[in-house]
Design a protein around this ligand. Structure first.
Ligand code: DX5
Ligand code: ZN
Length: 227
């Protein structure tokens, strides 16, 4: 079953001093909010911890799509779930038994995703894919917002979508990094259904209009692909 198209604004590009208000500026346009968690080890940047997710949980009822760019998801992912994350997505190479971690997080009641960096092949996660709710394909190197979309990742998105069809799997296929009006169509044509966009949303004064422009570009690409 194809998934509906979802855009998840990344609050990494929002004003952290006014997070609640910033989230309210996108809420009318989106069902999901993307929360980028960085620990200063997995990536050279430090961002958001469980107390901030708890505060965000109190400020919005939107689905909190939490991207853990951290070296110890086994310790911290459950804390993000307890704080109110609806889903937690981790980079599987940092854990000795990522399938076990997927199961544990499901037992905690969360949806679970795994993420691939641009250079990591799909084969790294194929054993996990039947068990996850989401595959996040990074289209920039993790660590910072505002980078340029890496076109060379597009074939891997198509490969993941083909794998999903061939195996009757139903995980969401999410792309993250450099997604904007002019790049989203390439990812839709390759099979992505879930789009993270930080700077392409929050750099505009009218965030709802910015979301709709990206979604319109995505829908136009779907129409092109099927018709
Ligand atoms: C990068 C993060 C992304 C980032 C995307 O490490 O995972 O979610 O916020 O930002 P933009 O959309 O500006 O590339
Ligand atoms: Zn992210």
């Amino acid at each position: 079953m194809p998934h509906d198209l979802v855009l998840a604004p990344s609050i990494l590009s929002a004003d952290f001093a006014r997070l609640g208000e910033e989230i309210r500026t996108v809420e009318p346009a989106v069902p999901w909010i993307h929360v980028d968690v960085m620990d200063g080890h997995y990536v050279p940047n430090l961002t958001i911890g469980p107390p901030v997710v708890k505060a965000i949980r109190g400020a919005t009822d939107r689905y909190l799509d939490t991207h853990l760019m951290i070296t110890d998801p086994r310790t911290y992912a459950p804390q993000f779930v307890a704080a109110g994350s609806d889903s937690v997505t981790f980079h599987p190479e940092v854990d000795d038994d990522p399938l076990d971690l997927v199961h544990r997080l499901h037992e905690d009641g969360a949806r679970v995703g795994v993420a691939l960096k641009p250079a990591q092949p799909l084969s790294m996660v194929t054993e996990l894919l039947p068990h996850v709710d989401l595959l996040l394909v990074m289209t920039v190197e993790p660590g910072f917002g505002g980078q340029s979309f890496m076109h060379e990742v597009v074939p891997k998105i198509a490969e993941a979508d083909a794998w999903r069809r061939d195996h009757d799997a139903d995980f969401r296929l999410e792309v993250d990094g450099g997604i904007a009006e002019d790049t989203v169509a390439l990812t839709v044509e390759a099979g992505a259904d879930t789009f993270v966009a930080g700077s392409a949303v929050f750099r505009h004064d009218d965030r709802v209009a910015a979301v709709h422009r990206i979604l319109d570009a995505a829908r136009a690409a779907t129409a092109g692909a099927t018709g």
